[in-house]
Design a protein around this ligand. Structure first.
Ligand code: NAP
Length: 285
């Protein structure tokens, strides 16, 4: 029997790649905001019941980190209560739930990479709301996965790689922060790892990010280099100079320990993933 997966946030940057990753071997029910607004419990219940999935992947979220700071109720309603609603709908339909969470649940003060067992302590409204979502998943379900990821880039979304390429083309000089560390993560790789995790049946918390780590400045330098952009200066600045509404973790590198020990997967280095993304963009022009 073909198993059915329902994917929330299906029109988002990750959602689109998740739909692709499950297309062979699974029957996919993509759910956009129009199909199922996750802030509406009754609508979520109705849509999930009708679809009767075996697995729900919850990738919908309010992802504007600074927007969350300015409108905390929207963040809490979408990322907290919205996840509660999806968890209730999933439980009522007897399915398993995979919730996509974030490195922003950590405060970023740890010196090494964060493992799945490290204690979350968010420092932004976005991070708090994603952690609240994690709590609902743990409290309401027994068969779930929580997949934390970070610094996501890929086609069909507003992402750092495209922003740097566009800005480099127009200004020739970029100012990029050098005091936040993480691992850039490619949606194509993330979506296929999520599929492996679901197929494995081994529930729990997973960190999933591409290999290696860098600062945003180092990431920008590599984008400019790989994209072959000439006469572009990438200058280092501190986060304080940007004065953005939300605080960001200084170090939020994630260790993919659960993935490596159980599924045996080592994610490819972020530089190789970036090369693949840029190559795909060139070919699709
Ligand atoms: N991007 C990153 O760097 C990053 C890092 C760590 C974790 N994550 C997590 O990864 C997941 C996917 O993120 P993404 O980068 O693909 O974000 P995205 O492109 O912003 O996609 C999120 C999707 O959620 C939908 N959505 C928002 N509010 C909704 C609601 N009330 N009901 C139903 N759908 C709603 C959005 O629809 P609209 O367009 O209509 O608003 C959008 O299609 C999220 O859970 C995010 O927290 C992302």
């Amino acid at each position: 029997m073909t198993r059915r997966v329902l994917i929330t946030g299906a029109a988002g940057m990750l959602g689109r790649r998740l739909v692709e990753a499950f297309e062979s071997g699974w029957s996919v029910v993509p759910a956009t905001r129009r199909d199922m607004d996750v802030t509406d419990l009754d609508a979520s219940r109705r849509f999930v019941k009708e679809a009767a999935p075996h697995v729900v992947i919850h990738a919908a979220a309010y992802t504007d980190v600074d927007g969350c700071e300015k409108d905390p109720d929207r963040a809490r309603r979408t990322n907290g209560i919205g996840t509660r609603n999806v968890a209730i709908a999933t439980r009522d339909s007897g399915a398993d739930l995979l919730y996509v969470s974030s490195d922003f649940v950590f405060d970023g003060t740890q010196s090494g990479a964060y493992h799945e067992w490290d204690a979350p302590r968010p420092i932004s409204v976005y991070g708090e709301s994603k952690l609240w979502g994690e709590h609902f998943v743990r409290d309401l379900l027994t068969r779930f996965w929580i997949v934390r990821t970070q610094w996501v880039f890929g086609p069909d979304g507003k992402n750092f790689v495209d922003t740097i390429r566009t800005r480099a083309g127009t200004t020739g000089e970029l100012h990029v922060v050098n005091d936040q560390r993480g691992s850039p993560t490619y949606t194509v790789d993330l979506a296929s790892e999520i599929r492996r995790i679901v197929d494995s049946g081994g529930h729990g918390v997973y960190h999933v990010s591409n290999g290696g780590e860098c600062t945003w400045h180092e990431f920008a330098v590599e984008i400019v280099k790989q994209a072959g952009l000439k006469n572009v200066r990438v200058l280092e600045i501190g986060s304080a100079e940007l004065a953005r509404p939300a605080r960001r973790p200084t170090n939020s590198v994630l260790a993919n320990t659960h993935l490596e020990l159980t599924i045996g997967r080592h994610m490819r280095p972020w530089r190789d993933a970036l090369a693949h993304y840029l190559q795909q963009k060139t070919e699709s022009k």
